[in-house]
Design a protein around this ligand. Structure first.
Ligand SMILES: Cc1cc2nc3c(=O)[nH]c(=O)nc-3n(C[C@H](O)[C@H](O)[C@H](O)COP(=O)(O)O)c2cc1C
Length: 253
């Protein structure tokens, strides 16, 4: 297997990065679109039941309610809510020998994804960039200045990233998976990031917050904000989280 920088999985990641200069020249590919739904018109159709008792499962309303949320109440999230969301996304839940296992699955239990976040409005937490230390269930403060606007700017100026109480940023330590699986490891890295974000989104719903996943960002700008060496570790995914806007109160005459 060639060194990391010569692997096609790694090159793909670098070649598909956005930056401010080239993003203006990106054109839609000349690839014809296909239907969102696959249909088997000649196959026998069996309607699925919808009157399940499983509706009582506690996850059902969270899944039903989940919608990408880009507008937030001007309210902070508590440190407990933040801790719960971090635990739900990457918390350690078991160990065996040298391995630890987490809330989200990971290809080969190699856990290539690192969690960072910009605390914009978190009670009892100074604004700035933080890293989630999974092993010690603690957070490392990386910067001491407000990072909300810089993160939003690096995410193609998506303003709601700055309005969010917390903006999460996930990076991949590429070697963790590719040193074992080579190019196939890139698949595992991308899949791991999806699992983690989905856990976060559900945990956000469970705490009265809403989330929006983000994959449009200037890769190396985010890497620079986080102090990452893009040859080794690069941002892959992000999510904005904030308090759901309360439904308007009904007025009676
Ligand atoms: C991989 C991925 C990347 C996304 N990136 C962005 C983004 O950069 N900005 C944004 O506003 N929404 C982003 N979204 C949210 C989608 O627009 C949203 O999931 C879609 O419109 C469906 O709406 P729903 O999530 O409310 O069901 C992303 C979603 C996914 C899964």
């Amino acid at each position: 297997m060639p060194e990391l920088s010569e692997c096609s999985g790694y090159r793909y990641l670098r070649d598909s990065a956005y930056d401010r200069e080239t993003i203006r020249h990106i054109r839609r590919p000349a690839i014809e679109q296909v239907d969102t739904f696959k249909r088997y018109p000649d196959a026998e159709t069996i309607k699925l039941p919808t009157d399940w008792t499983l509706k009582e499962a506690r996850i059902t309303p969270l899944l039903q309610k989940r919608r990408s949320l880009r507008k937030y109440e001007n309210e902070s999230v508590s440190i407990e809510e933040l801790a719960f969301m971090l635990w739900a996304s990457q918390g350690i839940t078991a160990s065996s020998g040298n391995y630890t296992f987490r809330t989200a699955p990971s290809g080969g239990a190699l856990y290539p994804i690192e969690t960072y976040f910009s605390a914009n409005h978190v009670e009892d937490l100074n604004p700035g960039l933080y890293h989630f230390d999974v092993e010690n269930f603690s957070i490392d403060r990386l910067t001491t200045t407000d990072s909300a606007e810089a993160v939003a700017a690096a995410c193609l100026n998506q303003k709601f990233m700055a309005q969010a109480a917390v903006s999460f940023l996930w990076s991949a330590v590429i070697r963790r998976s590719m040193s074992k699986y080579g190019n196939r490891g890139m698949r595992y890295i991308l899949l791991d990031a999806g699992h983690i974000c989905q856990n976060l989104v559900i945990a956000a719903e469970a705490t009265g917050n809403g989330a929006c996943p983000i994959a449009a960002f200037y890769d190396d700008e985010v890497n620079a904000l986080l102090g990452l060496d893009p040859e080794e570790e690069t941002v892959l995914y992000a999510a904005a989280v904030g308090k759901r806007v309360a439904p308007k109160k009904q007025c009676s005459l």
